[in-house]
Design a protein around this ligand. Structure first.
Ligand SMILES: [Zn+2]
Length: 216
């Protein structure tokens, strides 16, 4: 029998992963609404402040909105959460700093239920930031939510984020994090694509570069 509840699991870490438009923010907001309304559990919403697209809010595309505390450093969560344990919902965790790995475990030990949502892969298809480590810490089976590939007529799951620079696939040698909108004069957009339609020029060059010895 599944020992995990769908609303609240005291002292545990759960991870939800998916690409853009997959509904992972909606999943997080549903969790929060259920816990507040039916479980009468305190709910705390967080997201890294680097993600400026929706300001202080976590929005789902079907219209649910919640105000979130923005954090620059993950350790700020420890200062903000010194009250009654409850449900801690963290959106866009791929942008969080490495300390989120330790902060999540400290909160778990205090009895909080931490539910983390994020993109597992960056625009190159590589493991994104702290997500692989957070996925290794998930007590519940990892929930994968997929959208459909954005290419017309393709029905495959859109498992990877395609970055478009002025409408064309961006080079693997560009920075890992560029928020949707503009990068200098270039227009940056993202869309979900299947592996077949996911295009990253110069990816071989990038992968080879990762193996080069780094100067200490
Ligand atoms: Zn496709």
């Amino acid at each position: 029998m599944n020992k995990f509840n769908t609303t609240y699991n005291e002292g545990s870490i759960e991870v939800i992963v998916g690409t853009m438009f997959s509904g992972k923010s909606r999943e997080l907001l549903y969790r929060g609404t259920r816990a507040e309304r039916y479980g009468q559990i305190p709910v705390y919403y967080f997201k890294p402040s680097i993600d400026t697209r929706d300001g202080e809010y976590i929005n789902s595309r079907d219209g649910i909105t919640k105000k979130a505390s923005l954090f620059k450093q993950s350790r700020e969560l420890l200062e903000k959460l010194n009250d009654k344990p409850g449900l801690v919902l963290i959106d866009e965790a791929q942008f969080a700093d490495k300390n989120i790995v330790y902060v999540s475990q400290l909160l778990k030990r205090k009895g909080y239920n931490i539910v983390i949502s994020g993109l597992p892969n960056d625009y190159r298809g590589q493991p994104f930031g702290v997500m692989p480590e957070l996925m290794a810490l998930s007590d519940a089976p990892i929930k994968n939510i997929f959208s459909v590939c954005n290419i017309d007529g393709c029905h495959n799951d859109g498992v990877l984020p395609q970055r478009l620079r002025n409408g064309e696939p961006d080079s693997a040698l560009s920075p890992t994090i560029i928020i949707e909108g503009s990068d200098n004069k270039d227009k940056i957009e993202y869309e979900p694509r299947c592996e077949l339609h996911h295009k990253v020029p110069e990816i071989d060059k990038y992968l080879e570069k990762q193996m080069e010895p780094k100067d200490c």
